[in-house]
Design a binder for this molecule. Structure first.
Ligand SMILES: [Zn+2]
Length: 175
């Protein structure tokens, strides 16, 4: 039994949309991810703990919105095949990358305070969020997630960017 998740995050790790934009984005994201309009809903809190607020239109829905106090690592399950330097293209080892993630977070891969790292390949100082990930992962304070949601095309991402007010990154997670 495996699960797939469609995740959408702002490319700016600190960005959180306004409350109004969050609700509009949730509705539109659900509509796009499942290819049909959502039934009427009132956004409710599913859990609120340790700097993480999870909300959904209905408790039984697998369409979630998360807001974090500090950037969290938004993973892609077992879809991460390689990480490389965005400047010189050198392949980074997972060992190095894990060490940098550890250094940058004060909880285990959840609360990231400083995403900057220095790469041994060419000495570049870059954000962990800006490394070349194949497939994409990221760091964010805001996340939309749809269990078994379908991959969005660029026009659909643009619609959500208009609502949210920030460029977005799409993450396909597989477990
Ligand atoms: Zn490099």
């Amino acid at each position: 039994m495996s699960d797939n998740y469609l995740r959408i995050i702002p490319i700016n790790p600190d960005f959180v949309p306004t409350e109004e934009a969050q609700i509009d984005a949730y509705r539109q994201f659900g509509c796009l991810a499942y290819g049909k309009p959502l039934p009427e809903f009132h956004l409710q809190t599913i859990s609120d703990k340790d700097g993480e607020l999870v909300r959904a239109g209905h408790r039984d829905w697998c369409l979630l919105m998360r807001v974090f106090d500090q950037p969290h690592f938004i993973d892609n399950g077992c879809n991460l095949e390689r990480v490389s330097c965005p400047l010189c293209g050198a392949l980074l080892t997972f060992e190095f990358w894990h060490e940098e993630l550890d250094k940058a977070s004060n909880h285990h891969f959840t609360h990231f305070t400083d995403l900057r790292c220095t790469l041994a390949c060419c000495g570049a100082s870059v954000s962990l969020n800006d490394l070349d990930y194949e497939w994409p992962v990221g760091f964010a304070r805001f996340e939309l997630e749809a269990l078994e949601g379908r991959r969005l095309v660029s026009e659909e991402i643009s619609q959500l960017e208009q609502i949210i007010g920030c460029s977005l990154r799409q993450i396909m997670a597989h477990y």
